[in-house]
Unconditional design. Structure first.
Length: 189
């Protein structure tokens, strides 16, 4: 039986780059992958864009109200890769889990675990709950320690208020911080 993998990390931990590498590896061996992202992620429109400059068009751009189980064609699919799983609805995440279990297709999800307030995204929460395997992808804070938090920067200032989703580079900037730097710079403790 196939597994659902969830690989999460703070901003700049290489999630999208790794997803694109995994897609390349499957396709280089003649296997078919489906690459999916939520339409909430406006960066790149119908593309997944890595900060390293590599990109790829998605196979499925899913709207929040759509069910994946109704939209995905599973003929000859060897793996499903999901970028920005945090933007998926709970139903969509459960659809991914069903696909892995019922259709025996590995599903690998990449995304943020928490928002800029340090709270779980709903899509991430459900993904963590149903995942067969979790993997944390690591990046570093400006102080050199392991970064776990995603700090939102607006007009050069750290903010702790605002809507949950503001797309990096379009609506706001983000910085990966360790707990100590997050407390100091964002929460002002």
């Amino acid at each position: 039986m196939a597994k659902m993998y969830v690989r999460f990390g703070a901003m700049n931990s290489g999630k999208t780059t790794i997803l694109l590498q995994v897609a390349h590896n499957y396709e280089e061996k003649g296997m078919k992958v489906l690459v999916i992202k939520s339409s909430i992620d406006k960066k790149g429109d119908r593309k997944i864009v890595s900060r390293l400059g590599i990109e790829r068009e998605v196979d499925i751009l899913i709207n929040p109200e759509e069910r994946l189980i109704d939209k995905v064609r599973l003929d000859n699919v060897n793996c499903i890769l999901v970028d920005e799983v945090q933007f998926m609805s709970p139903e969509q995440v459960k659809d991914l889990w069903i696909i892995a279990k019922i259709y025996d297709i590995p599903v690998i999800c990449y995304g943020l675990k928490t928002n800029f307030k340090g709270e779980l995204f709903l899509g991430s929460k459900v993904a963590i709950e149903v995942a067969d395997e979790l993997e944390e992808l690591v990046t570093i804070c400006k102080c050199g320690k392991k970064a776990k938090f995603n700090a939102r920067v607006v007009n050069g200032e750290y903010v702790s208020d605002g809507k949950e989703v503001a797309i990096d580079g379009l609506d706001a900037k983000y910085e990966s911080l360790c707990g100590k730097c997050y407390l100091k710079n964002v929460l002002k403790v």
